[in-house]
Design a protein around this ligand. Structure first.
Ligand code: USQ
Length: 422
């Protein structure tokens, strides 16, 4: 199959490209390198040094014996996107090119608007481009488990049966997102569902849990590494906890720490996207996959990180800062996830093994995280309308990487609009 990945330069886009190409699919990618730029905007960088896109392509060619095609561009530009879809006519498009950080969307009005306008515009442009140039293309759209929030009932895969006032229907399950970012995914879901119905498209909306890990089997060389964010804005809970333990900072489950989320290892996330691509729905079908393996509370993650870190000779401690988010800190959580296993998905990675792998990489690249230790602890508060002051104060005194760092400080400070550094 030919698969177009939007957001191919990202945390899961790049490993997905390698995996699909190794399976024999033809892979084409689009990216505008905005994540590389925005991580710098908050004074951070990837813990793993990531190669420029041309270097990634070169390393991939060595591994796979074929080239991953690439278009640099922005989904906000409809003529560009339409041209790519028309030329490539892919069997599937995996749409990952969205602003993916909840804290980033909560910084201030500008970041909230940017997140929603960019995410919703990109998805709408993609839907129109598919309709206009390649209506048989299957759209695999990255959504999030966070669209559902944390209701006090089980969460179905997208739809559920409702009896109300003596009538019965099969309806979308209510969405109760917890950030402007998560709401942008809710709006996307509505748009994908509607476009599928009116134009007879094929779509899969993937409600993905939090992804963790640094490795997939295709990442066989440092030039093939994917990014690994750990700062408050771009890093997710487990990734951040591991970095905190390595740096001797407190491990930070927010508030009471009873917030439960669904989690999936990077390798299994890539596996499940591949399964979605290889098993398309029928025309006019909009299907929803809840994509995670197991639910853990942030306290569970903190305690596991603490134990593994101690085994490695580190001296971690757990502290509970006040929760900067507005969210339930203790709640019921039981989402159903049966659609992917029915198509052959099987979990391959265990949380503790992946965490040990993360620690191995972090210890290797310790100087990079040391150089950015000032961006780890939280400053963006959901209750505040404008968090830019605290962020600016934090990102200004960024120290240069120490001598012997794996990336020279000059390169790290250089502007990055072309995907040439992490
Ligand atoms: N949390 C802590 N301490 C930290 C960081 C986070 O307790 O230092 C807590 C948060 O308060 C939250 C939970 O961990 O309750 C998850 O937060 P997160 O930052 O790990 O993940 P989240 O903001 O939910 O977003 C991430 C990805 C997003 C994806 C989503 C899937 O950034 O792109 O859509 O996970 S889900 O969480 O299922 O919505």
């Amino acid at each position: 199959m030919k698969v177009l990945i939007t957001g191919i330069d990202g945390y899961s886009g790049w490993p997905l490209a390698l995996h699909l190409a190794r399976r024999g699919h033809d892979v084409v990618g689009i990216d505008n390198f905005v994540t590389r730029k925005r991580v710098k905007e908050v004074g951070s960088w990837s813990a793993t040094p990531i190669a420029s896109f041309p270097k990634r392509q070169e390393a991939a060619k060595k591994l796979l014996g074929k080239t991953i095609q690439f278009y640099k561009g922005d989904l906000a530009k409809y003529p560009f996107l339409l041209d790519v879809v028309r030329r490539e006519k892919p069997d599937a498009i995996v749409h990952l090119a969205e602003q993916r950080s909840a804290p980033y969307s909560m910084i201030d009005v500008d970041h909230a608007v940017r997140t929603q306008v960019e995410n919703i515009t990109g998805t709408l442009h993609l839907l129109y481009a598919i309709r206009e140039a390649s209506p048989e293309t299957h759209l695999v759209k990255m959504g999030t488990m966070g669209e559902y929030g944390t209701p006090n009932v089980d969460i179905p895969e997208g739809f559920f049966d409702v009896d109300f006032h003596g009538k019965r229907d099969h309806l979308p399950f209510p969405r109760q997102a917890g950030s402007w970012y998560h709401w942008s995914k809710v709006f996307d879901s509505g748009d994908v569902m509607f476009a599928t119905k009116i134009w007879g498209l094929k779509s899969t909306d993937v409600m993905q849990g939090v992804i963790y890990g640094t490795r997939t089997p295709e990442i066989t060389d440092d030039a093939l590494l994917t990014r690994f964010d750990f700062d408050e804005t771009w890093g997710t809970a487990l990734n951040r906890f591991a970095v905190e333990a390595v740096l001797g900072l407190p491990i930070t489950p927010y508030g009471r720490g009873g917030q439960i989320r669904g989690f999936i290892a990077l390798e299994d996330s890539v596996q499940s996207l591949r399964i979605a691509v290889e098993n398309p729905p029928k025309s006019s079908e909009y299907r929803v996959f809840n994509q995670f393996d197991a639910a853990y509370s942030v306290n569970d993650l903190a305690e596991l990180t603490h134990r593994v870190a101690r085994d490695l000779g580190l001296n971690p401690r757990i502290e509970h800062p006040p929760d900067p988010r507005v969210e339930a800190e203790q709640h019921y959580y039981n989402p159903i996830h049966e659609h992917l296993p029915a198509l052959g998905y099987k979990r391959t990675r265990n949380l503790e093994d992946v965490l040990r792998e993360i620690f191995r990489d972090l210890i290797r690249f310790r100087r990079r995280i040391e150089a950015r230790r000032h961006v780890v602890l939280p400053t963006v508060d959901w209750r505040q309308a404008d968090n830019t002051g605290s962020l600016t104060a934090r990102s200004h005194p960024a120290p240069a990487a120490p001598a012997g760092s794996d990336t020279p400080p000059a390169a790290a400070a250089a502007p990055d609009t072309s995907g040439t550094s992490a």
